[in-house]
Write a protein that binds this ligand. Structure first.
Ligand code: ATP
Ligand code: MG
Length: 421
């Protein structure tokens, strides 16, 4: 019979790879919690309306990439393409804004976008997402980018750059949109079809176009930074000053416009040159209007999301795969010894020692082979004779030495031997 395969672009993470993921997750939790972020877990499916209202109708995500479907009741749902809209929904729904002036939240989990699968781009992928609600000053923007740099470093990833930009506010951006539209109209023949469509729907998005000739044409485009209002300019200036004070390295890059409508003022991306065209490993920015747009109070916010698959790809290029070994392997000879070994392994595990055993009653030789392959540091060998004498053989797999020790207090003996190392 033909075996069923996974959905294209949705990958298994096998035990051999999961060490990368666990390392990234624990680094993320450690750094985020240190900065005062608390975890929130929202559902993977939401009402479709949340994303079309939150992310914006004329964005790639909503126009082309969303996993939207009608469920059995005729309700329109979507698998979440990103976490921000869901977190804002939850924040408003549960009145989290009532509790304190500033709220820092994070989420780690799968996201879904119907894109063309390729290296670094999948249909189910995972993000680490962080959001701060209730602060409108530049200090938190800088802190977030500083934290992002620390996070990447803590994960053991080097050679990535922080690129920052400002999008101004909806008011000052309006004037610039018109200037940009005329620029695009004058050079219409040079731009790709997508960019020409964006000219009418969402002109700033042209800066995110991945077509090379479009990027080249845009080199001479008018720059938003020259059109923003004094308040937005001051905010951006202060963000940069804080980053300088923190010693966080960055480059100002006017092309960082982000793919979602809700951003304003500060935007940023963490970029690498080692993953081909999938060069962004994370990004974010300020979105002061979104909470209100989604039916909540006027609470300012700033956040970012990092793609975990791309982090794993970078780590694989640089580091040796992290692996996990049991500390102890229990081998046994004979039925009675096998049962004793079974009970012993449960006791060890209950006391926090990672222990493996042979369940099948295979030959000692094959058990020792398995023990060796498992990477266990110690092997306990229990035979019927040893059992009768209340003894057990303790083998150190690194020093290749073996001795007979009393079965009584074997756990303590093992710990004592281990602590001598
Ligand atoms: P890109 O420009 O590469 O499409 P994006 O701007 O759509 O990225 P965001 O919405 O900012 O991405 O999401 C934040 C991060 O999530 C990205 O920087 C990337 O690392 C990751 N990411 C986004 N889409 C995918 C995907 N389809 N597969 C894997 N990772 C993704
Ligand atoms: Mg994208």
């Amino acid at each position: 019979m033909e075996a069923v395969q996974a959905i294209r672009g949705m990958n298994d993470i096998l035990p051999e790879q999961v060490g990368w993921w666990q390392g990234i997750e624990s680094a993320a939790r450690e750094v985020l919690e240190n900065f005062g972020y608390r975890e929130i877990r929202t559902p993977v499916a939401e009402k479709l309306e949340l994303f079309s209202r939150g992310i914006g109708q004329s964005t790639d995500i909503v126009e082309k990439e969303m996993y939207a479907f009608e469920d059995r009741n005729g309700d329109w749902l979507a698998l979440r393409p990103e976490a921000t809209a869901s977190i804002v929904r939850s924040y408003v729904q549960h009145g989290l804004h009532a509790e304190s002036g500033c709220r820092k939240l994070y989420q780690i989990g799968p996201m879904f976008r119907h894109e063309r699968p390729q290296k670094g781009r999948y249909r189910q992928f995972h993000q680490i997402d962080a959001e701060v609600f209730g602060l409108d000053g530049p200090m938190i923007d800088a802190e977030m980018m500083h934290m992002l740099s620390l996070l990447v470093e803590r994960m053991g990833i080097s050679g990535v750059g922080l690129h920052i930009n400002t999008l101004g506010c909806p008011t000052c951006r309006q004037g610039y949109r018109e200037v940009l539209k005329s620029f695009l109209a004058e050079r219409a023949e040079g731009f790709c079809e997508d960019c020409l469509r964006r000219r009418d729907t969402n002109p700033l998005r042209v800066f995110d176009c991945k077509v090379k000739s479009c990027a080249e044409l845009l080199e001479s485009a008018p720059q938003l930074i020259d059109y923003i209002c004094d308040d937005c300019r001051a905010h951006f200036g202060a963000v940069r000053q804080f980053l300088d004070k923190l010693g966080t390295r960055y480059a100002v890059n006017p092309r960082i416009v982000r793919g979602l409508d809700y951003y304003m003022r500060t935007t940023f991306e963490v970029i690498t040159d080692r993953l081909g065209s999938q060069n962004a490993i994370g990004g974010g920015g300020r979105y002061d209007g979104l909470v209100r747009d989604l039916g909540g109070p006027a609470v300012p916010a700033v956040g970012f999301a990092m793609g975990m698959e791309r982090l794993v790809l970078l780590l694989e290029q640089e580091k040796e795969k992290p692996s996990r070994y049991p500390r102890c392997f229990i081998a046994s000879l004979g039925e009675q010894a096998r049962v004793s070994g079974f009970l012993l392994s449960q006791q060890f595990r209950a006391r926090g020692l990672e222990t493996e055993m042979d369940y099948n009653g295979r030959s000692l030789k094959s058990q020792m082979r398995r023990a060796d392959k498992s990477g266990a540091r110690y092997v306990l060998i229990l035979g019927e004779e040893e059992l009768a004498r209340r003894e057990i053989q303790l083998r150190d797999m690194v020093t290749k030495t073996q001795r007979i020790v009393p079965l009584e207090n074997i756990f303590e003996t093992l710990l004592a031997v281990d602590s001598e190392k």
